[in-house]
Ligand binder design. Structure first.
Ligand code: FES
Length: 152
């Protein structure tokens, strides 16, 4: 059974029809083909699926799409301004904040929220805030450097 859903994704109003059980992650990836948001664990352990809902970061794998009725969702695809990278994207490149890149969209969405929410005042504070975003390549030190630079 399908249910209607209206929300704004990356600045664009969407009128959708979804199954009530579908997660925001699967809606983004499977129905809207916004595949920048990654599925790692699909149960809230890795942070690869991090997006913003009304400016708050969420694990989209733990969020039922129907709970985002009327919300503004931002994914990694919505962060850049046309061809101009968001400063956090540019800082990740400059500081080699990734290796394989799979966790990177989630890392960057968390990193932007980290600064916006005022949790980037020291490397320790950044590490604490970012602790839900796992990087199997171990780029953690470079990620902290990137966030520290953007915070300046
Ligand atoms: Fe959502 Fe891992 S895929 S936290």
């Amino acid at each position: 059974e399908q249910t209607p859903l209206q929300l704004t994704i990356n600045g664009k109003a969407q009128q959708l029809s979804i199954e009530p059980r579908v997660t925001l992650l699967d809606l983004l990836r499977e129905q809207l083909h916004l595949t920048g948001t990654k599925k790692g664990c699909d149960h809230g352990q890795c942070g690869a699926c991090t997006v913003h809902v009304d400016g708050q970061r969420v694990n989209s794998c733990l969020t039922l799409a129907m709970t985002t009725e009327g919300c503004k969702v931002t994914t990694i695809e919505g962060l850049s301004d046309g061809d101009r990278l968001h400063p956090m994207q540019a800082a990740f490149i400059k500081h080699d904040g990734f290796q394989c890149g799979y966790c990177t969209p989630g890392q960057i969405m968390s990193a932007v929220a980290c600064i916006r929410e005022g949790h980037a005042n020291s490397p320790d504070e950044i590490r604490e805030y970012m602790s839900g975003n796992i990087c199997r390549c171990g780029a953690y030190a470079n990620i902290v450097d990137a966030i520290t630079e953007v915070k300046k």
